[in-house]
Ligand binder design. Sequence first.
Ligand code: URA
Length: 437
Amino acid sequence: MRPQEIIAVKRDGGRLSDAYIEAFISGVTDGSWADYQTTALVMAMFTRGLDAGEQSAITRAMLYSGRVMDLSDIDAPKADKHSTGGVGDKTSLVIAPIAAACGVAVPMVSGRGLGHTGGTLDKLESIPGYNVRLSTARFKNVIRKCGFGLIGQTKEIAPADRKLYALRDATATVPYIPLIVASIMSKKLAEGLDALVLDVKTGSGAFIRKYQDSLELARELCSTGREFGVRTEALVTDMSQPLGKFVGNAHEVFECIQILRDEAEPSMRPTVELSLELTARMLTQCGIARSAAEARSMAGAALASGDALDRFARNIELQGGDPRVCDRPRMLLDPKLKPFVVEAKRSGYIASVDTFAVGRAVCDIGGGRVRAEDGIDHAVGFSSEIKIGDRIRAGEEIGLLYCRDLRQARSVSEKLRDAYKISDKETRRPKLIRASI
Ligand code: URA
């Protein structure tokens, strides 16, 4: 089947048969489709739409573009968490070691930065030496030894998503529910899991911003998980402002290590709370805890005892990184980047945050990609301790921008300042967890 024939069907608003979808995904995987043909079809899917049957066929084809991992020789329940993507959304690096310390095996296959959001793989690569490209055999060995492993899509595991993820990132075709479902579930179902917990973001920094649409995404993800026999639960969580204190790869890892060291600052509390809640859901879903209360207390104890930190240090070492970052997290921060203060224009209450603009600002100073093959600057970032509902005075600090170039800092800080809307009226603080599906 010629790619042109398949692209034309969707271009003209037609329905793609299972055979067409399988031909597309196998062409993406074996390289016989050129990138321009792939992105033409993805854009046609985005604009013309995919129905439920097409969504299911593309998820299946992407899953079976590779293998489903066999972790039967690891004697522990297998579970994972995946987020639909947000700004400052760093919980994976806290959740995986806590869950592992509680007895779960976590085979986490993650992605790189997508659109305005950061990606777990890019964050991990800010740890000197950390290797996210492990063979399946080595990945399994890491999980066996420390309870969790973190890699990207490989030639064996979700290879179609490896290609499509990077192309969607560079062609503005991320925010579409069927493509998000296929991308996430093809990776997660390839992990050979017993249970999966999804963190579906909603609000100005999410790909799917409207609450009702986020609920729909959560339902679609859960029903796909169940269709493939994996116990799946989703929380719809707030992304109307950045999560926690930092945005930017190395800074986010710094925040996670502070949390694992039980040294979280007050502005990092939302990251702690959400990480503990998502981990607790994993523990109940895979039967390690009998109740939500027991699960929360197990997760809290693994964090407070330092077990989770030890697991993280062990994981870093096993994946080729420098575990001393766990003793001295400041090692991650580049002292050459002098913070540039972003000041409030006027006094009042923080009414809303254009979180997309915050994510874009960090991408613009080098923290994200423009083209799929671009490198990134792991050290740049933004920190803010100001949250929606807080009172601020004109000239006070909204946050700090860590950037290499003073001229760029001035223009980007202007955008950041505009992203924080200030009003005279007192504003309600958003709830962190909006719904559970
Ligand atoms: N996370 C993914 O893995 N894929 C998407 O498309 C969006 C978020």
